[in-house]
Design a protein around this ligand. Structure first.
Ligand SMILES: Nc1ncnc2c1ncn2[C@@H]1O[C@H](COP(=O)(O)OP(=O)(O)OP(=O)(O)O)[C@@H](O)[C@H]1O
Ligand SMILES: [Mg+2]
Length: 258
């Protein structure tokens, strides 16, 4: 690991236990992200992208493996310590925006700073206003989220993610709830932020948007794979589905006696 490494995850495993079922959501993932990088994570539904992102953002802990964030080992922190590190280091952008409906735009963006000691009310306001300016939303400070379009809400959510000057922005399907025009605007915004130095990890289904990132990471079945392997695995999966469909068609035809 060197100075420029921001995220260093090794052999990360995550098992979810529900009823008598074990789900191996991550089966030994290594992920390294340098300061200033823009990385996308893509792969089929259920392959573990959101799980990996929430571990990266300290919303959850790995079952096994090591994780160093900005020089600090964080895999075994208590929930309290995790929340503190998260507030300082991480800005999250979610598919569903997750703004607080009863708070105005400016107040929503102030929220992360209210958990920081030593920031006055005035400074909080000013920093929130500046973050909203960066995302082109300074003209809607006193609106409520429900009074904004989806694209505008996501820009406010980006401002909230930025306001605490975190080390890294994590985005999980940030365009998933947006039409293509608004989706593109949010992608251009992330691009601008990257160009002005932000480190970004973004999960996306959409190949067009994955290509905005400077490095693409592909996942399949809880593992990081290279692009060619992913292509082969996808083809295998498609073949298997086609076989199942044709078997089911055959048995239906037989059942109908035709
Ligand atoms: N809290 C949980 N409890 C039990 N199983 C879970 C939990 N969260 C995720 N899983 C399982 O872990 C696997 C990976 O889920 P994850 O949400 O990371 O997938 P994903 O790649 O983000 O999928 P999508 O593209 O559909 O969002 C899935 O099989 C899922 O059912
Ligand atoms: Mg997901």
């Amino acid at each position: 690991m060197n100075e420029s490494t921001l995220i260093d995850m090794r052999n990360i495993r995550k098992v979810f236990y529900t009823h008598e079922l074990e789900t191996h959501a991550l089966a030994g993932v290594d992920l390294r992200v340098d300061r200033g990088e823009y990385v996308s994570i893509s792969g089929p539904s259920g392959c573990g992208k959101s799980t990996l992102l929430s571990l990266t953002g300290l919303l959850d802990v790995p079952t096994e493996g090591s994780y160093t964030l900005n020089g600090t080992p964080v895999a075994n922190l208590s929930a309290n310590d995790r929340a503190q590190v998260r507030n300082r280091e991480i800005g999250f952008i979610f598919q569903a925006f997750n703004l607080i409906g009863d708070l105005k735009v400016l107040e929503n963006v102030e929220v992360p700073l209210t958990y920081r000691p030593g920031i006055s009310r005035n400074e909080r306001r000013e920093r929130a206003r500046a973050a909203l300016e960066r995302v082109g939303m300074a003209h809607r400070l006193n609106h409520y989220p429900s009074q904004l379009s989806g694209g505008q809400q996501q820009r406010v959510a980006v401002a909230r993610a930025l306001v605490g000057e975190p080390s890294i922005l994590l985005a999980d399907e940030p365009t998933g709830n947006l039409d293509s025009k608004n989706g593109e605007q949010v992608m251009l915004l992330l691009n601008d932020l990257h160009q002005s130095g932000a480190t970004i990890v973004m999960v996306t289904h959409d190949d067009r948007y994955a290509a905005f990132a400077r490095r693409q990471v592909f996942m399949f079945d809880g593992k990081v794979v290279d692009e060619d392997t992913l292509e082969k695995l996808r083809e295998q999966e498609d073949r298997r589905v086609r076989e199942l469909v044709s078997q089911s068609e055959q048995s239906q035809t037989m059942a109908l006696g035709s």
